[in-house]
Ligand binder design. Structure first.
Ligand code: ITT
Ligand code: NA
Length: 183
């Protein structure tokens, strides 16, 4: 089986190929772009998937992800892209300075849609903690900030295979893959 993954982020494509491999799903990659509606990650993923499936006239998936920090009332959340490009990890660390509550969640939502059909969404959530400094050079974006107890490491210190064993994207993509392989 194959699926076309619509994203501008090459790290996501690499992770997706690792996750889908054991399901025998091959990943094609295209980046036509899609309007990002205001709303939850589920709404962004559903809208994006339908928009591109209708545009390209083939089944596609998109991924909308956010880092939700409890002490910051879920910021950056749906603003994660903008925040990563502007204040960056340094800005997040500043906002979290002297904050005792370090709890955060990574949430990934996969949107799937076939042409002229209704979209479906698959959510994956992982709990972790925001460290007081960046650690690790692997991964991308917020990875060096996000500490996972199971590995006693940040995502930034994990290999792609290790991150794929425990990540938010593993959970959302695995839900999708289980459903898709039974179509
Ligand atoms: P798309 O084209 O797929 O939308 P993107 O990089 O803009 O690519 P998102 O909007 O889903 O992806 O991500 C929001 C921000 O969170 C963005 O800065 C990402 O780099 C970052 N991000 C997404 N997944 C991540 C992960 O697994 N680890 C660390 N940062 C991540
Ligand atoms: Na995006």
């Amino acid at each position: 089986m194959r699926v076309t993954f619509i994203t501008g982020n090459k790290h996501k494509v690499k992770e997706a190929r690792g996750i889908f491999e054991k399901f025998g799903i091959e990943v094609d990659h295209e980046n036509p772009g899609y309007p990002e509606v205001q709303g939850s990650i589920e709404e962004v993923a559903a809208f994006g998937a339908k928009y591109v499936a209708d545009l390209l006239q083939k089944p596609v998936i998109v991924d909308d992800t956010g880092l939700f920090i409890r002490a910051l009332n879920d910021f950056p959340g749906t603003y994660s892209s903008y925040v990563q490009d502007t204040i960056t990890n340094k800005g997040i660390l500043k906002l979290m300075k002297d904050e005792p509550d370090r709890y955060a969640e990574f949430r990934s939502c996969i949107g799937y849609c076939a042409p002229n059909c209704e979209p479906k969404t698959f959510l994956g959530v992982v709990s972790g903690e925001i460290l007081s400094e960046e650690k690790g050079n692997n991964g991308f974006a917020y990875d060096p900030l996000f500490y996972v107890e199971k590995y006693d490491k940040t995502y930034g210190e994990l290999t792609t295979d290790e991150k794929n064993e425990c990540s938010h994207r593993r959970l959302s993509m695995e839900k999708f893959a289980n459903w898709y392989s039974n179509l």
